[in-house]
Design a protein around this ligand. Structure first.
Ligand SMILES: O=c1ccn([C@@H]2O[C@H](COP(=O)(O)O)[C@@H](O)[C@H]2O)c(=O)[nH]1
Length: 318
């Protein structure tokens, strides 16, 4: 059993790749180069094409990003073949050295969460044996069933060096309607942030960061300060770059003074790099090469766009 700590592993990868960028893998078929879908006419073929696309993206970003974030919905949409594709993509990313954050947004009563924990973080007990299942490094969780609903997932995370990211302030426009509701002690998302901090306090690694992180949308930069103050030791997973309109210049608001504590996540802006960056003078004759090169160039460009604003923290003067 690994006793490594998720946040320490994430920091090690950040230092190795000199990048904070988490690359989302959202293989919606419209995002794939059309050649990958030539002759595809069933779910198994579509799932295989999606997996091939994700493998090429992974190969393109393995040296320039610490982690990938497969969106499980896009894999589940292909049925059983999609689950197989998700496992294959996860294994490919881990073999390439990337951490894998499964974006599954799980949340249910405790007994069901134990099954979700086995499914996402990779251990299924059968009799005396504990068998590896789908081996992600972390998973996103919904907090709305309360802290005890998260306990089984945290138990598995603690035992196996894994992590969780709890939805606190999501990037979508409608999040304000629920998460932004005001109570006498602050907005609902502030209560959730306090819960994340409490759950994380006994779960801090060598670098001081907890294996309980939070999702905080880049599209709500005005809330970054309060979130950072309420959860100083949580890693924030910050989606919203690119098509959702989040501005790279706002990302430093989510980062701690040590230059750590937040990782931006971008899916379409990187995986879609084959459209804009992937054909440098026809240098990449294969579709896989084009996807790989496009993702690599887009990831480098996004990382560079964050580096300037981050330079105030010593760690990022690279
Ligand atoms: O608050 C949240 C939480 C999760 N997401 C997920 O991130 C990606 C976003 O894709 P982009 O192409 O980078 O916009 C997607 O899988 C969402 O489910 C989020 O956007 N916001």
């Amino acid at each position: 059993m690994s006793t490594d700590h998720f946040a320490d592993r994430l920091i090690a990868r950040i230092e190795q790749t000199r990048s904070l960028l988490v690359v989302g893998l959202d293989p919606e078929l419209g995002q794939l180069p059309p050649e990958l879908l030539d002759g595809v006419d069933d779910l198994a073929g579509a799932a295989a094409a999606a997996a091939r696309f994700c493998r090429a993206v992974i190969d393109g970003v393995a040296d320039v990003a610490p982690a990938v974030k497969p969106q499980s919905a896009f894999f589940e949409a292909f049925g059983a073949a999609g689950l197989h594709a998700l496992e294959e993509v996860t294994a490919h990313a881990r073999a390439a050295g990337l951490l894998v954050i499964e974006d599954a947004k799980r949340g249910d009563i405790g007994s069901t969460m134990a099954a979700y924990a086995a499914a996402a973080l990779g251990r299924m007990r059968i009799g005396e044996r504990e068998l590896p299942v789908h081996d992600s490094d972390a998973v996103t969780l919904s907090p709305y069933l309360g802290p005890e609903s998260l306990a089984p997932m945290l138990g598995v995370a603690d035992a196996h060096g894994k992590g969780v990211f709890v939805l606190v302030r999501t990037s979508n426009p409608g999040s304000a309607r629920v998460q932004g509701l005001q109570t006498p002690d602050g907005a609902v998302f502030e209560h959730v942030a306090r819960m994340v901090a409490e759950l994380g306090e006994p779960r801090r690694g060598e670098h001081g960061y907890a294996n309980v992180g939070a999702v905080a949308g880049l599209t709500y930069p005005d809330d970054a300060r309060v979130l950072r103050a309420l959860m100083p030791h949580a890693f924030l997973l910050v989606p919203g770059l690119g098509p959702q309109g989040g501005a790279p210049e706002d990302f430093p608001l989510f980062v701690n003074a040590d230059g750590l504590g937040a990782v931006p996540a971008a899916s379409r802006a990187v995986a879609g790099g084959w459209r804009s960056h992937g054909d440098a003078g026809g240098a990449f004759p294969t579709v896989d090469g084009r996807v790989r090169a496009g993702a690599n160039a887009a990831a480098r460009e996004l990382t560079a766009s964050l580096r300037g604003p981050l330079a105030r923290a010593d760690r990022w003067r690279w």
